[in-house]
Design a protein around this ligand. Structure first.
Ligand SMILES: *Cc1c(COP(=O)(O)O)cnc(C)c1O
Length: 245
């Protein structure tokens, strides 16, 4: 017997279930299994009780985008949450981030050598287990977006893989254009970067994740090979920046 969802299930939990269903369908459409795609529930600006509801529904992987916010929130939530820091991270905040969030599983957005070096050294100083990182690529060419230029991607990945023993290079990440019609091109660019990286470093493609796709385009991203989608507003509702201090 399939249990009906409790009548009082919160909106975020209902939305999470709908997202997981859509992820499954998109994965199957491209001949993959839903288990091959990680859903990072991006909870920035969202209050603890709402995040806890999604946790209680069984979800474990959450993403945050502001250092001070994750430092405040992580200690108030269960320790078995797999936290991802998504987007731009400043080198001078690495130490406080890693010290305050021992369960940080992945930094999605290493886009320069200095940041990689800071992360590497801090992991070593704290004596924590190696930190998984994704190299962020600017696939849209917009100045405002962080990320390494696709032409410098292999070089940065080499640095992380060969020069940062306390980091685990896990793949590539991009944000892409918010304009839906142009994202396939951005996703293709990231996928091409993976091909180059794997060739240059003699890695199997399945050892190199692709983090692409957000609320507006995650199904398309999955169909184009994404293994990690970062979904915020579709699960938690529109972002409320007024809550931020
Ligand atoms: C906020 C954020 C997301 C989630 O965006 P939605 O459009 O709300 O799904 C994904 N990735 C990064 C880097 C973000 O900052």
């Amino acid at each position: 017997m399939v249990m009906a969802a409790p009548a009082l299930e919160g909106a975020a939990v209902t939305a999470l279930r709908a997202v997981l269903h859509r992820v499954r369908q998109a994965a199957e459409k491209s001949g993959r299994r839903a288990d091959d795609v990680r859903v990072v529930a991006v909870s920035k600006t969202k209050p603890i009780p709402l995040i806890h509801q999604v946790y209680d529904a069984g979800h474990r992987c959450f993403g945050e985008n502001y250092v001070q916010e994750i430092i405040d929130k992580a200690p108030q939530l269960p320790e078995d949450i797999e936290w991802h820091f998504v987007g731009h991270l400043q080198s001078n905040k690495v130490k406080s981030l890693l010290a305050a969030v021992p369960s940080l599983a992945m930094v999605e957005g290493v886009d320069n050598e200095k940041l990689a070096n800071h992360l590497d050294r801090t992991v070593s100083t704290l004596g924590r287990k190696p930190l998984s990182v994704l190299v962020q690529v600017n696939t849209s060419g917009e100045e405002s977006k962080s990320g390494v230029d696709p032409s410098r991607c292999v070089e940065l990945v080499k640095h992380v893989k060969l020069g940062c023993p306390n980091l685990q290079f896990s793949g590539l990440m991009t944000i892409g254009m918010p304009d839906y019609s142009s994202t396939p091109e951005n996703f293709r660019t990231l996928s091409n970067c993976r091909t180059e990286v794997c060739k240059a470093l003699r890695m199997a493609e399945n050892q190199c994740e692709l983090s692409m796709g957000m609320s507006s385009d995650f199904e398309q991203a999955i169909e184009m090979g994404s293994t990690n989608v970062r979904i915020g507003s579709t699960i938690f509702g529109p972002r409320d920046y007024s809550r931020k201090k």
